[in-house]
Design a protein around this ligand. Structure first.
Ligand SMILES: CC(C)(COP(=O)(O)OP(=O)(O)OC[C@H]1O[C@@H](n2cnc3c(N)ncnc32)[C@H](O)[C@@H]1OP(=O)(O)O)[C@@H](O)C(=O)NCCC(=O)NCCS
Length: 163
């Protein structure tokens, strides 16, 4: 990123197949998805699913990072994936994408959920810094011998939300 600041980036909705393909290539080459066995095709299916919302952090026409959000289903407000391109890491881009998602979710629902792999130590520290609480362990969930840790950030009970 050179000396470019985070506030010179912009967040926009994913709008083309080419952008989805770029994101799928990034995931295909990155942990945790290598260990989890999620290849390019599965990532592309996730990124192009019209039921999901994909937001990109753009540096001009370059994708610096992205987040995939689900606003349907049992865990409404579920962050399916977040990724920051290696040269942009450690500069607040991931925290900024999560803040964007939290603002979007908390307008409609009181919880943000996500799963992090037990071996993804850096991401676990990242979510802890952002105030996420571990609420469960899904053993052997994606691959045998690994767990997914279910995390949650909440602004209150469902029954009190919006009342
Ligand atoms: C996890 C990830 C999204 C973090 O993005 P990022 O832009 O580097 O994170 P930020 O710079 O916004 O960091 C926010 C805070 O988390 C901390 N943090 C981020 N990555 C960390 C790491 N690997 N180890 C320890 N702390 C970390 C930062 O120090 C920062 O804390 P601070 O506010 O006290 O300075 C990025 O490393 C990534 O894309 N990893 C590969 C994909 C992945 O694991 N995704 C998560 C799947 S569940």
């Amino acid at each position: 990123m050179g000396k470019r600041n985070r506030d010179e980036l912009s967040i926009q909705r994913l709008e083309s197949v080419e952008q989805a393909e770029t994101c799928a290539r990034m995931m295909d080459e990155s942990e945790p998805w290598i260990t989890l066995g999620r290849g390019y095709d599965e990532s592309l299916t996730i990124l192009t699913d019209p039921l999901r919302e994909v937001y990109l952090a753009m540096d001009g026409d370059r994708v610096a990072g992205f987040v995939v959000l689900e606003m349907e289903g049992a865990f409404t407000g579920y962050v399916k994936s977040i990724f920051v391109s290696p040269p942009y890491r450690g500069r607040g881009v991931g925290a900024w994408l999560m803040l964007f998602v939290e603002r979007r979710v908390f307008r409609e629902r009181p919880n943000v959920f996500l799963c992090v792999s037990d071996f993804n130590v850096g991401a676990r520290m990242f979510y802890e810094k952002l105030g996420y609480e571990a609420v469960g362990e899904l053993r052997d969930y994606i691959v045998r011998g690994r767990s997914e840790i279910l995390l949650r950030k909440t602004v209150g009970p469902l029954a009190e939300f919006g009342s």
